[in-house]
Design a protein around this ligand. Structure first.
Ligand code: 8IG
Length: 269
């Protein structure tokens, strides 16, 4: 194992220890990363045992985005399982590197998590997915040109987004559409030509997160469920220009359905 590897692991272990100390929960079962628009769901999933400002936990930073809570929360679910809610995500476009991006997942792994739910807000290539539509991520295309792992680590990605977990979501929400999420580095939104390219490649959603976290989770042996909230039609799909305010507003309007979906899934895990 490389020195880098060991440093990342040590930082994640330190963070997990802080979380265990603050919450009194030695091992968490499930982690949930909340993307833009999903933050408000955090308090509605079970009994909160502890809330911590993420920047007080090793390796996390203050969120730069409206729509991210910047909190890490330990929640006891009705089932008795322990959920770690990560309301702080570092994006590749912030420029802190891939290790910062993967830190939430590595912390979840160090906290004992075996299932990771990654949520995000995304642009949609499908006109029929109106702003506020939740979409199950079936697969991804990583266009960042980067990976969150290093070395001769040949992780199998043939079912990166667990079929078992997707089927479970379909039990809760039979009409939820499925799509392929394409991650661009950002921070600029795509040009219409780039969106068209993503579509030709087989993409349905465009965003700036998730794929590098999924890779880190698969490396750690964690089962991944990905859910996007389609908050805008991608550039060129609609005549409207893109705005972050639109994203936040669509998230707010969709919140009750998102909470219901998450609760349904968490109940079955
Ligand atoms: I919300 O249209 C949201 N995030 N790359 N493109 C990219 N990221 C996004 C978009 C979008 N909408």
């Amino acid at each position: 194992m490389s020195t880098h590897h060991r440093e990342h692991r040590l930082l994640a272990n330190a963070a997990a220890e802080q979380i265990a100390r603050a919450s009194g929960v030695v091992r968490h079962d499930i982690a949930l990363t909340l993307g833009s628009g999903w933050a408000q769901a955090a308090g509605e999933l079970g009994e909160t045992l502890a809330v911590m400002p993420a920047h007080e936990i090793a390796g996390f930073r203050k969120p730069v985005l409206e729509g991210h809570s910047g909190e890490i929360r330990s929640v006891r679910l009705a089932s008795g399982k322990h959920l770690l809610v990560i309301g702080a995500r570092t994006h590749l476009y912030e420029g802190h590197g891939v290790a910062a991006v993967a830190h939430g997942v590595r912390t979840a792994a160090a906290a004992g998590v075996s299932t990771m739910i990654l949520t995000n807000a995304a642009g949609s290539l499908r006109r029929e997915w109106k702003p506020g539509t939740a979409v199950l991520i079936r697969d991804h295309i990583n266009l960042t040109g980067q990976s969150s792992i290093e070395g001769a680590t040949f992780i199998d990605m043939s079912e990166a987004y667990s079929r078992r977990l997707r089927e479970l979501v379909l039990e809760v929400s039979p009409d939820i559409p499925e799509g392929v999420y394409v991650q661009f580095r950002g921070p600029q939104y795509e040009t219409p030509a780039e969106v068209k390219m993503a579509g030709i490649m087989g993409g349905d959603l465009v965003g700036m997160s998730t794929t590098l976290e999924t890779i880190a989770a698969r490396e750690a042996g964690i089962e991944v469920l990905g859910i996007s909230l389609a908050t805008n039609l991608a550039a060129g799909v609609s005549a409207e220009p893109l705005s972050h305010e639109e994203v936040v507003a669509a998230g707010q309007a969709a919140l009750p359905q998102l909470v219901e979906l998450l609760r349904g899934v968490l109940d079955r895990l």
